[in-house]
Design a protein around this ligand. Structure first.
Ligand SMILES: Cc1cc2nc3c(=O)[nH]c(=O)nc-3n(C[C@H](O)[C@H](O)[C@H](O)COP(=O)(O)OP(=O)(O)OC[C@H]3O[C@@H](n4cnc5c(N)ncnc54)[C@H](O)[C@@H]3O)c2cc1C
Length: 380
């Protein structure tokens, strides 16, 4: 099916590029789609060296509403991209979730008891003998349980972003490397050309516009209850990490990257605060994990990366779909630290909404769960 009508996506991170790919797949011709990016493709939160995708992000083992279909979709999406690419993009691995204290242990136990059959990943409690296999690299607690989630996915973010960017440019999508300064709604125009996207080079007309601007979203909608949290992750090397194919998440995470390298982190503090020194960030990451991954104490630092995630306060679920009060304006942002889990499935759902007027976006992810007055549009 070929669908016409022009669409502008603002922001070329995982959200913007994932949506562009979904729109093309759903039948939009590349000549009807344009992407605007203020810096370079993947320059924002999507530029982290690697990322983890799994079914149980958060404080319990019980997948939140919508996470199971999102995970199943992301998994198939990553597998399809990988099967079509010579470069390593994504690989499955085992994820350990140790309960480090009594409170976490009882939370995990309660949520484990509520798990239903048919989940797209297996969640199991390790026996003492099974846990012993992962020692001494991981100093798993002996008095509380450790759970295993399988599969989880390691994703090479720069390679994934590159791949998506190539795919959409090969389809003829124009990528403007310039910042969008303002959006002018159709009603404010003398001409009846739809939305006007204003950049340094002039005005561009589109029937529909999608904001996938992540950390800049509060500048466009200052009344939304958003929080910008900065975080650092670091790549470390240590001979003990050689051959490791198991990730661990216990507040912070350790994600094996192959050879003797792991990605570890993250830190978490308000983006409005001054940026912490690299020494502080590295120390935080080491300290946060040293009790459970002793090798972290002397692992050699290779790279430190810093980025900002945008969260909806208290809910921490993304904002997806039509912006209340504006015809043909959409938002696809605030994915916090769950971009890989949520973006692929929700990109497909948003593409269906834009092109087929079919709305499958669950209410708890919808932009429209916030009232009209939260959506006062400003120019950043
Ligand atoms: C420390 C840290 C660790 C993380 N770990 C994980 C993880 O393990 N797993 C996981 O799934 N996720 C993780 N995330 C989150 C993940 O990075 C995000 O969910 C995802 O990358 C968000 O993609 P995005 O496209 O919404 O944002 P971004 O990648 O930030 O893209 C937004 C883009 O919009 C552009 N833009 C903004 N304003 C304008 C404008 N006016 N005009 C044009 N362009 C504009 C920006 O330049 C940027 O490129 C982590 C994030 C951080 C910070």
């Amino acid at each position: 099916m070929t669908v016409s009508g022009s669409v502008a996506i603002i922001g070329a991170g995982l959200a913007g590029l994932g949506l562009a790919q979904a729109l093309l797949k759903a039948g939009l011709s590349g000549e009807h789609l344009q992407v605007f990016e203020a810096h370079s493709v993947g320059a924002g939160a999507s530029g982290l060296p690697a990322a983890l995708m799994h079914l149980t992000p958060g404080r319990s083992l019980f997948p939140k509403p919508g996470y199971a279909p999102c995970f199943a979709f992301s998994q198939a999406w990553l597998e399809a991209l990988q099967s079509d690419s010579a470069e390593p993009l994504a690989a499955p691995l085992l994820l350990l979730r140790p309960a480090l204290d009594g409170a976490v242990a009882s939370r995990f136990e309660r949520s484990y008891a509520r798990l239903e059959p048919g989940l797209p990943a297996q969640i199991s409690r390790l026996s003492a003998a099974q846990a012993a296999v992962y020692r001494p690299l991981f100093a798993l607690p002996e008095l509380t349980a450790t759970y295993a989630v399988q599969p989880a996915w390691r994703v090479a973010m720069p390679a994934l972003i590159q791949r998506l960017s190539q795919t959409i440019q090969q389809a003829g999508v124009v990528m403007h490397l310039e910042r969008v300064r303002c959006l002018l709604p159709p009603s404010t125009l003398a001409s009846r050309q739809g939305w006007q996207v204003q950049t340094q080079s002039g005005l561009h007309s589109f029937e529909r516009v999608v904001l996938a601007v992540a950390a800049d979203l509060p500048l466009w909608f200052p009344e939304l209850p958003l929080q910008r949290m900065r975080g650092e992750v670091a790549v470390f090397q240590h001979p003990q990490f050689e051959g490791l194919n198991t990730a661990l998440s216990s507040g912070g995470y350790v994600l094996p990257l192959g050879g003797q390298r792991v990605l570890a982190g993250p830190t978490f503090y308000p983006a409005e605060q001054p940026c912490q020194s690299p020494e502080w960030s590295v120390q935080q990451i080491r300290q946060g994990l040293a009790a459970i991954v002793p090798a972290m104490a002397e692992a050699e630092l290779e790279q430190l990366w810093s980025g900002v995630r945008t969260l909806v306060k208290h809910q921490r679920e993304p904002l997806v779909g039509a912006v209340p009060g504006f015809h043909q304006l959409y938002v696809f942002s605030a994915f916090a630290t769950k971009g890989l889990l949520q973006i692929p499935w929700l990109a497909q759902a948003l593409a269906e909404l834009l092109l087929q007027d079919r709305d499958r976006i669950p209410d708890y992810f919808k932009a429209g769960r916030f009232p009209l007055e939260s959506w006062r549009l400003a120019c950043p």
